[in-house]
Each structure stands twice: as structure tokens, then as C-alpha cells.
Design a protein around this ligand. Structure first.
Ligand code: UT7
Length: 327
């Protein structure tokens, strides 16, 4: 059996907030943010958008690009840390409803910024069991609604958006060798977190909206170490060297993280697809948004050997090595 990605789609909300905009209300500057992160601007959802609406727009675009009929979709997974509801119903059920999909499983998956890779891996397993159906896998986030806009060390990083792929059996029966890694290091749970779950019993009276808290340095170091290790592990398993990769789609968290990975691996920075300058960190959406953009720009073409690699709160990480668009 051979699986493939039939179509991709993405959606970024139209409102753009630049670093200069942020500097009007925050003790920061375009110069500091750009030199420390590679970000100039990010998209921010307005009142008419939220995670499910952006996910549905990206999902609809992916189904259209696939050329398949929506009735073929048998599963919707939405990777997100910013669901519409805290915590049910799932955002995936809202997306299923918005897209008018019938007789279709739907659930959310939370592995923070590595969520899209986790979701892709689950969908691969499901698709091998259900070759007659296709899976819609979405990464979608509205992080700008949970960051602390007074915390200059974290709010400047994040943006909103959604990216999606449709995948399933291509019916050729070819043997395809896609390799993957999923991992976690829960000892780093406190480095990126957001209260609001059931960990703490609420004080009587007030229920504040909890903000994300971030310790940037340890996450930065974890990211560089882990992405290097995952790319190397996948290449060793595939019997290739990283130079043989055509393109690496690394989670867009910070341009300096990707720069450090490329230097550590002695691998040209041009191998790493980058769009963080205009998107900021869109967490689980970052990899599928980048993939969809790369396809539209002609930077991702059939037959390319690529790696997807991400990390995030948890701490989690994951990677996949594939010959685009087969997996
Ligand atoms: O998807 C995963 C999500 N998390 C991440 O990806 C985070 C990874 N970490 C990072 O991207 C970086 O650690 C940051 C961009 C968050 C911070 O960059 P840094 O180079 O690690 O800066 P720092 O936290 O060590 O702070 C250096 C200085 C501090 O001032 P002092 O104490 O040296 O006077 C900060 O207060 O920079 C200051 N600073 C800022 N200054 C202007 C922190 N944020 C800002 C800011 N503007 N926005």
C-alpha cells in the first residue's frame, strides 16, 4: 500500500500586526524582535475568526486542491493547543460540521507545536486500515488570544493561522519508505504552559482567562538540540546524509533556532524553508502552512526528499522523512 498527500490548503487571517505596531504599546522594537527571532509581522485573527473557522477554510482549500469529493473524507484530525472550546466539543467536530462532512470521525490532538506531525502519523496509521477513505489533517491555532500582550518576551513570537492536508491510499500498491520519529520530554513541562485546566481548583468568584507563560532560553536550547538529532536520526535510518535532503520544513518558532540547527549540522540554510518573517510562530499550523505556501511558490515539487521536523510545549518533538507527496 502507498499513501500520498492529495492536496494542501492554508489560511492566514487578513489582519497583519507588525513589530512597529507592537512597539507602540510594548517596550520593544522592530530591530530587537527581528534580530532575535527573524519575525517582522504576524497575522492576527479578528472577531469573525477562531481556530475552527480558520481550520475549516484551510481544510476546504485542501479538499478542493485534492480534487476528491468531500464524501471520501472519513476522518478529521485537528492538531491545536487553542481549541474553540475548553475542552469540548472538539474543534474537529466543528470543522466537520462546517465542511458538511458526513459519516466521518473527528477529534483534536494536542502535542503543541509538534501537533501536526503527531496528527500526520496517526492519520497514516488510520489510512492504512481504511484504504477506501481519506483523512483531513489540520494544524490550526489562535495563539494571539492566549498570549500575555504585556509580556514582551513571549507575545512578540506568535501569530494565527491554519494549514491542512488530505491524505490516503493512492491505490498503486507501491512500496513507499516513509520514516518517522515521535518523542517527548515531560521533564520540560513547565517551560511553556498555560493554566485553565483542572490542575488547580478555581478560587471562588473569579475565573480569569489564563495566559501562556514561556521560558525562552531552555526551549531554544531544546529546539536546536532536538531538531538536529531528529533530522540526523531520520537520515541515518534512510541511509542518506542530510545533504541529500532537498528541503527541510522545520517548525517556524524562531529564525535563529533554524539558523543554529543549520550551523550545528553544517547544512546550508537554504535547505530550510522559512516564512517566519511574515507569519510568526503559528504553532501546530506552521508546518502545513509552510508546505502549502512552498507548493504554491514552486519550492516543493513531486519527488523531492523532505523532512518535516517540529518541537513544542510538553516538551514534544517529531519528524518525518518522505518523498513528496508520498508517505
Ligand atoms: O514553539 C515553541 C515556542 N517557544 C519558542 O520557540 C521560544 C524559544 N525561545 C526563543 O525564541 C528566545 O529565547 C526568545 C525570542 C523568546 C528570547 O530571546 P533571547 O535571546 O533568548 O532573549 P532573553 O530571554 O535571554 O532576553 C535577553 C534580554 C532580556 O533583557 P536583560 O534581562 O538582558 O536586560 C529581556 O528582557 O532581552 C530582553 N527582551 C526584550 N527586549 C526587547 C526580551 N524580549 C524582548 C523584546 N524586546 N521583545
Amino acid at each position: 500500500m502507498a499513501l500520498r498527500i492529495f492536496g494542501t490548503g492554508s489560511y492566514l487571517p487578513p489582519k497583519v500586526v507588525t513589530n512597529d505596531d507592537l512597539a507602540q504599546s510594548l517596550d520593544t522594537s522592530d530591530e530587537w524582535i527581528y534580530t532575535h527571532t527573524g519575525i517582522h509581522a504576524r497575522h492576527v485573527a479578528e472577531a469573525d475568526d477562531c481556530t475552527s473557522t480558520m481550520a475549516a477554510k484551510a481544510g476546504r482549500a485542501a479538499i478542493e486542491a485534492s480534487g476528491l469529493d468531500a464524501s471520501e473524507i472519513g476522518l478529521v484530525i485537528v492538531a491545536t493547543s487553542t481549541p474553540d472550546y475548553n475542552t469540548f466539543p472538539s474543534t474537529a467536530c466543528l470543522v466537520q460540521n462546517a465542511l458538511g462532512l458526513k459519516e466521518c470521525g473527528a477529534y483534536d490532538l494536542q502535542a503543541a507545536c509538534a501537533g501536526f506531525i503527531y496528527a500526520l502519523e496517526q492519520a497514516r496509521g488510520w489510512a492504512t486500515l481504511h484504504p477506501e477513505k481519506k483523512a483531513l489533517v489540520v494544524g490550526a491555532e489562535t495563539l494571539t488570544r492566549v498570549v500575555d500582550w504585556h509580556d514582551r518576551a513571549s507575545c512578540i513570537l506568535f501569530g494565527d493561522g491554519a494549514g491542512a492536508v488530505v491524505l490516503g491510499d493512492d491505490g498503486t500498491g507501491d512500496k513507499v519508505k516513509t520514516l518517522s520519529v515521535l518523542g517527548a520530554d515531560g521533564s520540560g513541562f513547565a517551560f511553556i504552559s498555560r493554566e485553565g485546566g483542572t490542575r488547580i481548583a478555581p478560587a471562588p468568584g473569579q475565573v480569569p482567562i489564563p495566559h501562556m507563560t514561556l521560558q525562552g532560553r531552555p526551549v531554544f536550547n531544546f529546539a536546536v538540540r532536538t531538531m538536529d538529532a531528529v533530522i540526523m536520526q531520520l537520515c541515518v535510518q534512510a541511509g542518506i546524509t542530510p545533504v541529500e535532503l532537498d528541503r527541510i520544513f522545520a517548525h517556524q518558532a524562531n529564525g535563529r533556532i533554524i539558523d543554529a540547527v543549520s550551523r550545528r549540522m553544517d547544512l546550508a540554510l537554504s535547505k530550510f524553508y522559512m516564512n517566519i518573517e511574515t507569519t510568526g510562530n503559528t504553532s501546530a499550523a506552521s508546518i502545513p502552512v509552510a508546505i502549502d505556501e512552498a507548493i504554491r511558490k514552486g519550492d516543493l515539487r513531486d519527488g523531492m526528499k523532505i523532512v518535516l521536523v517540529g518541537f513544542g510545549a510538553g516538551l514534544t518533538y517529531g519528524g518525518m522523512l518522505m518523498n513528496w507527496p508520498r508517505l
